[in-house]
Design a protein around this ligand. Structure first.
Ligand SMILES: [Zn+2]
Ligand SMILES: [Zn+2]
Length: 135
């Protein structure tokens, strides 16, 4: 007999963001803005402009590390990370199979109740769920 797995813990980014100071928010925000722009430029210049692409890709690689460092420093002590939480913006998660709004079960599924999808109850819907917009 195997033990029932612990419920999937969640990371509430909005709650942690509300605990950050202005300097931490500015650091994270600036890096996030520059990272998205670097990735957009790297994508749009992939073959057409190899010199611009190279510089943008380097910026993206740097900024991923900078964002990880800034966020890790900012959230330290502000949430429990020992349980490997999953970000809340992904929406509901089936506690049995791990499917989400963005990753429905093969054959389609829907929510029977919070944390429980229809595929895990043997009822496939035949269609994937629609991805929801972020708040
Ligand atoms: Zn499921
Ligand atoms: Zn499912």
């Amino acid at each position: 007999m195997t033990a029932k797995p612990a419920p999937i813990a969640r990371f509430d980014g909005a709650a942690v963001w509300s605990k950050l100071g202005p300097a931490q928010r500015a650091t994270i925000g600036i890096i996030a803005l520059e990272l998205v722009i670097a990735n957009k430029t790297a994508c749009t210049t992939d073959r057409s402009e190899p010199i611009r692409h190279r510089a943008a890709a380097a910026a993206g690689a740097l900024l991923v590390g900078e964002l990880d460092r800034a966020v890790s420093d900012a959230v330290a002590g502000k949430a429990d990370f020992s349980c490997d939480p999953v970000p809340s913006l992904v929406g509901d998660i089936c506690q049995k199979c791990g499917c989400t709004e963005l990753d429905a079960c093969e054959g389609g599924c829907s929510w029977l109740s919070p944390g429980r999808c229809s595929a895990c109850a043997g009822r496939h819907t035949g269609r994937a769920r629609q991805a929801r917009a972020l708040p």
